[in-house]
Write a protein that binds this ligand. Structure first.
Ligand code: AMP
Length: 480
């Protein structure tokens, strides 16, 4: 599909898309919208930044527009589950934006804010309810919501929900849904638990895989600076002053690290704020709001806190620490170059992080250009210098052509290629910013997922990647 008009979406939806200046569907939209319109279940292997929210929101809105009926009290017709409050908020915003001429009733059920208002919003029944699993369970237990009228269930970022220990909550929630329903599951990776969940929950699903890694990376000038660990703060100040004219997202591996970086920036006279799981919902909203409005230039974040942040003006992503899970690098740099813009990603790499750099380069199949700033480079940690071209790009183009990952990106004719072997996997349990691996958010409900072996699902193969490496000092640390 080359135009949104080809899908046969209702006029009020097309009107909103025109207002949003959406012209061409992204690959996940081209592939996903028709089967969802036909009532099929979907497994979408796609990350944030691929346009997956519209891929499920548009056909769902079309269903509501075509079959207007008053939702029953305390019930919802569509339930969207997402791992974080930020992502849930963004999904709801998308439904409201695309559905502004359809006139839908919708609400958010997330933790960190008082429950009373949410109970009142659900009371009269809703078309669309977007929720994080923990708070939705709280509401279910207090009989604030009933799920027996759900026609469509969306599970967004299923792998992240697994990471955050929500898998048991999801099973509990799904058990309360009608068996007759449409289910749409989206995940950036397909660890065994998610593949199992999909087998149990979905009926004859259509599998769609798109990879933003190559297409995103093409638009991002990526480079590495080899630096001594203690010199990273000074280098950050220098980099922010010298070249970060737009908005910058700085990543640290830990919450403590994020706070420390902010302090150091303040000390150098630069304004910056941190966003991570230890901050209250109010603080997170305030900081994100300021960043979105362009009032805050530098935001320091951990991986989980930044997941799903969709701010179009981010010109630079700086990896103050390299992620110990290579895939996180792709998620991180994808925060820049949003919606077709160009972006710059700079990674600081100290001697202890060289192995992480190798893992990242293996995953993205690209050697990143590196500059040497270490006082005593380790012989086993030598950077690989490659000349940069005029626009600072290197390593991800060959003969002027973008270098693609296995089967990734778009085909020559601009059509999405479905991926049969890709670089994604998540076979090892990961630590999350809420504590240790898979730790439940709430004490009374501990169901840490067991470590699992990698798995291949029928039509989507997964290249084995080296298992995530422990970050130095992680063993005794509970923060991420
Ligand atoms: P998502 O992957 O859903 O988080 O979307 C990433 C960003 O792309 C969001 O800012 C969307 O508003 C934007 N977007 C999604 N689909 C399109 C499209 N077809 N054309 C232009 N922008 C889009």
């Amino acid at each position: 599909m080359t135009s949104f008009n080809d899908f046969g979406l209702a006029a009020p939806i097309l009107r909103a898309l025109t207002e949003e200046q959406y012209v061409t569907p992204t690959p996940i939209q081209s592939d996903g919208i028709p089967p969802v319109l036909n009532g099929r279940d979907i497994i979408g292997i796609a990350q944030t930044g691929t346009g997956k929210t519209a891929a499920f929101a548009l056909p769902i809105l079309n269903r509501i527009a075509a079959d207007r009926r008053r939702p029953e009290r305390k019930s919802c017709r569509v339930l969207v589950l997402s791992p974080t409050r930020e992502l849930s908020g963004q999904i709801l915003d998308s439904f409201r934006t695309y559905g502004r001429h359809v006139g839908i009733s919708s609400a958010l059920v997330i933790g960190g804010v008082p429950m009373g208002r949410q109970v009142r919003e659900v009371m009269n029944g809703l078309d669309v309810l977007v929720a994080t699993p923990g708070r939705l369970l709280d509401l279910l237990r207090s009989n604030g919501v009933r799920l027996n009228q759900v026609e469509v269930l969306v599970l967004d970022e299923a792998d992240r929900m697994l990471d955050m220990g929500f898998i048991h909550d999801i099973r509990t929630i799904v058990a309360k849904l009608p068996k007759e329903r449409q289910t749409l599951l989206f995940s950036a990776t397909m660890p065994r638990e998610i593949a199992d969940l999909a087998t149990q929950m979905l009926r004859d699903p259509v599998r769609i895989a798109v990879t933003p890694a190559a297409s995103t990376a093409e638009r991002i000038a990526q480079r590495v600076i080899m630096v001594d660990k203690p010199a990273k703060s000074a280098l950050l100040v220098e980099t922010l002053r010298a070249e970060c004219t737009g908005q910058t997202l700085v990543f640290t591996r830990t919450k403590h690290g994020a706070d420390k970086v902010v302090k150091q920036l303040h000390h150098a006279g630069l304004s910056a704020e941190a966003i991570h799981g230890n901050k209250s919902q109010n603080q997170r909203e305030r900081v994100l709001g300021a960043f979105r409005a362009g009032k805050l230039k530098t935001l320091v974040a951990t991986d989980i806190a930044a997941r799903g942040i969709d701010v179009e003006g981010i010109s630079h992503v700086i990896n103050f620490d390299l992620p110990n899970i290579a895939e996180s690098y792709v998620h991180r740099i994808g925060r820049t170059a949003r919606a077709g813009a160009e972006g710059i990603a700079i990674s600081f790499c100290d001697n202890e992080e060289v192995s992480f750099l190798r893992d990242i380069e293996k995953l993205i199949q690209t050697r990143l250009p590196a500059t040497e700033r270490r006082s005593a480079p380790r012989s086993d940690a030598a950077p690989h210098h490659r000349p940069q071209n005029a626009n600072g790009r290197n390593g991800n183009r060959r003969n002027g052509q973008p270098q693609r990952r296995n089967g990734g990106g778009n085909g020559h004719n601009g059509k999405p290629q479905h991926r049969n072997a890709n670089g994604h996997q998540a076979q090892q349990p990961r630590r999350n910013e809420h504590g240790q691996q898979g730790q439940q958010r709430r004490q009374e409900n501990r169901h840490a997922p067991a470590a699992s072996a990698p798995d291949n699902i029928a039509t989507v193969g997964f290249m084995r990647q080296p298992e995530p490496r422990r970050a130095p000092g992680d063993a005794s640390r509970h923060t991420r």
